[in-house]
Design a protein around this ligand. Structure first.
Ligand code: KG4
Ligand code: ZN
Length: 355
């Protein structure tokens, strides 16, 4: 039988609760997860962040090489932990973009070879759609419609999730993503990479007293973080030039406060505008405890349900890729084995519904 025929046979015999193996290798995490329905049976994340931290950021070649060394271990560990036999799988999902092409290609090649060998439907997942699907893992009854606040290293957006497969972009960043802004500000404050958690920790010993500009709010729900980033960079450089003492903890606290309040306020406004009652958050920046508390408090005040995935499902992981893959399989959206890695996938134009 050809691969196509084997996949068609498999599609006739799908389980009620789809069992999906997923691989994520878009950046510096080599991740593999096993999902049955919405139940996570294994979630393995092997990270090269320590190695990357020596260079103050991600070196793409190091990331690709480490994926090559770790991918087999990640998959074996997930299979063993879940006790799932390969014959029990309904499909294999893998991130195809956006991300570092060399890194993506490692996961993608492994996943496509696995799909071919075992006659499994191949599910190509957009990394961002994975972050957006993480909410389904933390609330097993979550069902669209809802508003999503997406805040990661590469994207910042507020979306209306109309159905399991349709989204409307209500607003997005006009320049830097919020995670990228945290990382750049951390760098000028001499904090190691990745900067988000470092700023959060430093902010605990500071006060919200450092004067920073307000975040520019564009039309609708757009953001712009570059003005704020430049203000911090300039303040630190000027102080250094003049030999003045400047309190980095106060800068960290003031920066975190203005960013988190803006994100939370805009997200809550969007839920009200769409007349819905649920806000779901996703992406690495949602690991920030100050932001999590703010979203909970503001959501409660407005009588909304706020769904915050556990931190390990906000930062890069394969469980969220498995969840999105499962949705794709339910909708018979099977990808060809010619699927290539994409460095960039546009979020689509504002207001447009994307399938
Ligand atoms: O979603 P993610 O793991 O990878 C991308 O898809 O980009 O997000 C990584 C970003 C980094 O910029 C990192 O600094 C930020 O999330 N981040 C945080 C925190 N933890 C991770 N930002 C603020 N506070 C945190 N605690
Ligand atoms: Zn991510």
């Amino acid at each position: 039988m050809t691969y196509q025929q084997r996949v068609e046979e498999k599609l006739k015999k799908l389980s009620n609760d789809l069992t999906i193996l997923a691989i994520e290798s878009s950046c510096d995490e080599t991740a593999c997860a096993l999902l049955k329905g919405r139940e996570i049976l294994a979630n393995v994340v092997l990270s090269s962040a320590k190695e990357q931290a020596k260079y103050g950021g991600i070196v793409p070649e190091i990331a690709s090489r480490m994926h090559i060394e770790m991918i087999e271990d990640a998959v074996q560990a997930a299979l063993q932990e879940s006790k799932v036999e390969i014959e029990m799988l309904d499909g294999i999902a893998c991130t195809y973009g956006a991300g570092l092409v060399g890194s993506l290609l490692v996961g993608l090649s492994f996943a496509k070879a696995f799909a071919y060998t075992h006659g499994l439907p191949f599910l190509a997942v957009n990394h961002i759609r994975g972050h957006m699907a993480a909410g389904y893992l933390s609330d097993k009854n979550l069902h669209p419609p809802f508003v999503t606040l997406l805040a990661s290293g590469g994207h910042t957006a507020i979306l209306y999730t109309k159905s399991f497969t349709e989204f409307e972009i209500l607003g997005s960043t006009r320049d830097d993503a919020v995670g990228e802004t945290f990382d750049k500000v951390a760098r000028v404050l001499d904090l190691p990479y990745p900067g988000g958690i470092e700023i959060e920790n430093l902010a605990k010993s500071g006060t919200n007293t450092f004067k920073l500009p307000k975040i520019f709010k564009g039309n609708g729900f757009d953001f712009s973080f570059s003005g704020l980033k430049t203000a911090v960079v300039n303040a630190v450089h000027h102080a250094k030039q003049k030999g003045e003492k400047i309190n980095y903890a106060d800068i960290a606290c003031s920066f975190q406060t203005v960013v988190c309040h803006t994100l939370a306020e805009r997200a809550i406004e969007a839920v009200k505008m769409k007349n819905c009652s649920t806000l779901v958050a996703g992406g690495g920046v949602i690991c920030n405890s100050y932001l999590r508390q703010l979203l909970q408090d503001k959501g409660k005040e407005a009588g909304m349900q706020v769904i915050l995935p556990e931190k390990k499902y906000c930062s890069d992981n394969a469980a969220m890729i498995a969840m999105e893959g499962s949705i794709q399989l339910q909708h018979k959206n099977i990808a060809p084995l010619s699927t290539n890695a994409m460095a960039y996938i546009p979020l689509a134009k504002k207001g447009k519904i994307i399938e």
